[in-house]
Design a protein around this ligand. Structure first.
Ligand SMILES: Cc1cc2nc3c(=O)[nH]c(=O)nc-3n(C[C@H](O)[C@H](O)[C@H](O)COP(=O)(O)O)c2cc1C
Length: 454
């Protein structure tokens, strides 16, 4: 009997929050972004609720107007290595950029997390959208958007190649004969490409899940194609059910174009649920979240998808300014959408900014109401699961303690972990080592030939 399709959940654990004002909530832990105990507590909540993974986002450039969480936070792989030791089942997903790293280093670091955690590592592949990042990495300029995705393709293919350096049974460690490894099962990649030259082999073996799970969040044309070709799971900014449904269908169709099965990639909209036990509590909590967004902060926040553009220079109550191409070299997909919506609905700058930062009304309600919406998206082609991004200090607790049991009662979410690797949580097959697979195939062809009478 096949198991029913179930939701996948990730918790975006984001210190003092996404916005500029969340740290000021009376119950917020104002130093959460650099407080390991706080991350441990959030990971425990997510693991108790049988989430698939926790996710640590990242970027590599700040200035004095960056959001409070950006200003002072942990490096994701270091943080997740520590969380690996205090959790046992939950997946651990880190953002690492391809534009400012070397494939060898990334392959080694993520593989180390994968070993330390017993096969629970995931990589959220980003191309970095803040151009000033170049100034922190001895680079004269930030690569243009299209080039960043060319870099991404080559970088990720190289990392995947390095991860297969050792076949799964390469380390014989035979004390009797003195053979530490089988020389026929160690492979050099010898990659010579446009951006990277990497000989290999990598100095770490494959982990229990074969290779770490790949995540991405492409929105633009290039981003979508990249995600459809390489990712096991895709984050998407969820604007509405219709938009998410269209994105879902588009990405699954593109994946099939890359000879992948639609089921092999999960679409995970990012949502910010606000849950209360009755309508009054829901409204109170929603208004609390709204009050944390001032227009001054919303104007700064709006700059983010436009390479931290300064919007304070425009009049607030006039039509949204004509920005031309601005944003297309930053978060192309997100900035294009903001410009399109402003134009279509004739919005002022104030309206656009508040709309961008204020909590939406979707996924706001009692536990049953929020569960109903999640079920609706899941069963009607808009999501395979969700990445939960809490707005209020106890947001993850309310979601895991109130909404998750409703979903479990409806058989939409697991009550127990059945696997122990992130790949198993996602129902993904163990990826064969490319050299083992090629040898097995060659042997099978030879055996077939031997059977055919001359
Ligand atoms: C849930 C979610 C999480 C993301 N996390 C990061 C992150 O940690 N670091 C980052 O640079 N970008 C992050 N992004 C942005 C994407 O990597 C990407 O830049 C954006 O979706 C624009 O897509 P495009 O490159 O196709 O224009 C995230 C996006 C989403 C929806």
């Amino acid at each position: 009997m096949s198991t029913p399709r179930q939701l996948k959940f990730g918790a975006m654990v984001h210190g003092v929050g996404h916005g500029w004002g969340e740290w000021r909530h009376p119950d917020a832990q104002a130093d959460a972004s650099t407080h390991f105990g706080w991350y441990q507590g959030q990971a425990r909540l997510a693991e108790d609720a049988k989430f698939d993974f926790v996710f640590i986002a990242d970027s590599l450039h700040i200035h004095e107007k960056s959001s409070p969480h950006y200003l002072n936070r942990f490096e994701p792989l270091t943080l997740l290595s520590a969380l690996a030791a205090t959790t046992s089942k939950i997946g651990l997903v880190a953002t690492v950029t391809v534009s400012y790293t070397e494939p060898f280093q990334v392959a080694r670091q993520i593989s180390s997390l994968d070993h330390i955690s017993g096969g629970r590592a995931g990589w959220n592949i980003v191309t970095s959208w803040l151009s000033a990042t170049a100034e922190n990495f001895s680079k004269a300029e930030h690569p243009p958007h299209a080039v960043r995705y060319r870099i991404a393709r080559e970088h990720v293919s190289t990392v995947k190649g390095l991860w297969d350096s050792w076949e799964d049974d390469a380390f014989t460690r035979n004390k009797h004969t003195g053979e530490f490894f089988d020389r026929g099962k160690l492979h050099s990649l010898n990659h010579q490409g446009e951006f990277f030259q990497v000989k290999g082999p990598l100095n770490i073996a494959r982990s229990r899940q074969g290779q770490p799970v790949l995540f991405q969040a492409g929105t633009s044309e290039d981003g979508r194609n990249f995600a459809a070709e390489y990712s096991d799971a895709i984050f998407v900014h969820a604007e509405s059910f219709e938009e998410s449904k269209a994105y879902y269908a588009d990405l699954k169709r593109r994946a099939e174009g890359f000879a992948r099965k639609a089921d092999d990639l999960s679409i995970l909209p990012g949502i910010r649920p606000i849950v209360g036990r009755n309508p009054e509590e829901v409204e109170h909590r929603y208004q609390q979240a709204v009050a944390l967004v001032s227009i001054e902060d919303a104007i700064v926040a709006l700059g983010r998808p436009f390479n931290d553009h300064d919007f304070t220079r425009y009049p607030l109550d006039e039509p949204f300014p004509d920005l031309g191409d601005l944003g297309s070299n930053s978060q192309k997909g997100g900035s294009d959408r903001i410009k399109r919506q402003a134009r279509e609905h004739n919005l002022t700058l104030r309206q656009v900014a508040l709309d961008f930062s204020r909590p939406r009304r979707e996924f706001v309600g009692t536990p049953e109401q929020v569960a109903d919406q999640i079920q609706h998206w899941f069963e009607n082609g808009a999501a395979d699961g969700f990445i939960i991004n809490s707005l209020l200090p106890d947001g993850l607790r309310c979601f895991t303690e109130w909404v998750i049991p409703v979903l479990q009662n409806r058989d939409l979410h697991r009550r127990h972990y059945t696997g122990s690797t992130l790949r198993e949580h996602f129902g993904l097959a163990f990826p064969a080592n490319r050299y083992t697979a090629a040898r097995d195939e060659a042997q099978a062809t030879q055996a077939q030939k031997a059977q055919v009478p001359a």
